[in-house]
Design a protein around this ligand. Sequence first.
Ligand code: KG4
Ligand code: ZN
Length: 404
Amino acid sequence: MNVLAIETSCDETSAAIVQDGREVLANVVASQIDIHQKYGGVVPEVASRQHILYITPVLSETLETAGLDWSEIDAIAVTNGPGLAGALLVGVNVAKAIAFAREKPLIGVNHLESHIYANWLIPPDSEEVEAPPKFPIICLVVSGGHTEIVLIEGHGEYRLLGKTQDDAAGEAFDKVARVMNLGYPGGPLVEKAALDGDALKYPFTRSWLKGTYDFSFSGLKTAVMRKVLEFQAPPPKPVPYSGAAEAEREKIAKNKATLQPPRPLPVKRGEKARDPWEEAEEEKPQSKAQEPESGLPVADIAASFQAAVVEVLATKTVQAAQEYGANHILIAGGVAANKALRAAILERAEKLNIPVSFPPPSLCTDNAAMVAAAAYFKLTTLDNPTANSKDWSLDIHPSWELVR
Ligand code: KG4
Ligand code: ZN
């Protein structure tokens, strides 16, 4: 069965064709990173417009790469949540249009579920085909918007064991990169900076939330910010009141009135768009270039921060696998691309003889092949009422939780 899938939930426009849930025939990803980089994060309105521009050429390239025509496609799958509302709408409407015109079944897929199913795909360039993961599975889902440990007892049977109480792990990576002026997206840049750093230099407190499989990363993020501030020059002393200062203030106020509207503010997946006028006052000016603060021990801070995140994620994931008798541990989502995280989970799981799998980096971050894989298993193993070409009620769910 050939499933054609579309993914537009955030800042990647992607389409893919996957055969029988595992074999990737084409997976085309048009990234918008360059466009959002100058804002330090994804600007939802810009993302939606780019999806509209990219989706048609991306679809044509997908069919061409796979060497298939529409008659050889058996079903259309699309991410319909969670994600940015305007961005999801583009994918869902395009998928509906294709399914209607070509009379194909249409199936909506949860974005987190698709990240999990990236582990069923046969990685491009792999020499031998590994057997699919064996249930029961413990999956650590770590992305820019989510961090959770899920017990998977069969296709579509999820139980949430724990999740972050505040920031997602990827979000913490992005914010730490931002305070050190490393650039966006932060995860790969922090990982790179950490390679030359001493992870023991700054022993940031780990938030264990003992007795639960929950996480918390906002305290760590604040600790990193404080550390960065320690290395920054103290702010200039306030100017004492004088007529001259008053004149200066008036000049600034006058200039402000003629200023252009501030640029739109970046938001994370699931967050509402923020009003740039309201927040302009407190907004930190963006660095033009990605130059870390001089004198800042970027590598040591990055390594110490990464070690704190990785230790908690790896320990809890492997503990959950032991407690629930898992046959397999999976890592899913953008942060699963992090080599330190993979190594820490592998090291702990090896002692318990539990196999660990994670997708290659290109399939960890957002792509449509994973959506097609999830859809295939829904279509073939579940009684799925949404997979019906006559049902056009499929809608977007920007805050859709995989499991509550
Ligand atoms: O899954 P994803 O592509 O989008 C969401 O569904 O959110 O994940 C993006 C997140 C970003 O926060 C990014 O910084 C993080 O994954 N990320 C990484 C790495 N590569 C991507 N975090 C740590 N290390 C990496 N190598
Ligand atoms: Zn994602």
